[in-house]
Design a protein around this ligand. Sequence first.
Ligand code: AMP
Ligand code: TRP
Length: 328
Amino acid sequence: MKRIFSGVQPSGNPTIGNYLGAFKQFVELQHDADSAIYCVVDLHAITVPQDPAKLRKRSREIAQIYLACGVDPSKASIFIQSHVKEHAELGWLLQCMTYMGEANRMTQYKDKSEGKANVNVGLFTYPVLMAADILLYDATHVPVGDDQKQHIELTRDIAERFNNRFGETFVIPEPQIQEFGARIMALDEPTKKMSKSAENEGSRIALLEDPAVFKKKIMRAVTDTENEIRFDEENKPGVSNLLTLYSLYADESVESLVNRYQGQGYGTLKKDLVEVMTDKMGAIQKRFRELDDQTELDRILKQGADQAREIAEKTVNRVKDAMGFVRI
Ligand code: AMP
Ligand code: TRP
């Protein structure tokens, strides 16, 4: 049985990196899996300070984006993490199965905590909550971008340790990371990942951004002085990132693009890329606006939470029985 699980945090504005690394895969995978569950991980978002009104708005917005990108609620469950209490419960049980040394090695924690004066304990234990998210549903495949690979490895280690100590309880999940597009780079600094929380707005393109705004960002995207269109991530990270975007949005191989644009300047490549992106993003943005019906969205989220809870309750009972908790 192939069961997909993944989650996106309702913090910041989702970028085209989130789309190409995550949402786009979610849609493709819902068709070839036996079941798919997509979560809005609000409990993860509060590991950094959140404004309550914005958190509420963004949580619904992520669900609306899942739908706008093409996730079909008759094929996949969509729900909000905090609506299924078992996430927090299993999160605690698994914290007691995770070593400090393991959690300490997580590079995302190091990146997110570096230079910050007040880092909360939740940011440190966050990968364990992510492990709970995945293991609750016996997920076999977890589609994510490259930056989440280490967290999935930790999830596997925790699950294997648990199974060895208490008997077969968890399914060991596989990360599902695309070979291409798992790491969309920042436009201003193409050696860094495009992030929804980076300081410079020009570094990223929001999924719901106006074409007039993202056009400027693409036209200003950092390239190099060579003026030769070639895919070479090490020596030409900017041009390679643009070619990656183009290839993914136009469904055309990089090889074919490189051939087609031989002898042309970066300006032409950028201009054409904007056109392709405007088309694809425009369709998602249109669906997003059409779905702006809170009653219907809440109905889908409630249905998704009910479906998720049914699985999650069973898993937590199995875990508690294995660990020796009294059940009456
Ligand atoms: P986050 O923005 O950290 O909540 O990430 C949500 C999902 O999008 C995760 O699966 C990430 O791995 C993926 N993702 C985030 N940024 C990028 C990026 N620049 N390129 C590809 N995937 C990304
Ligand atoms: N940690 C992931 C991120 O920041 C989000 C996430 C939380 C997730 N729980 C998950 C992704 C479970 C996949 C599966 O992007």
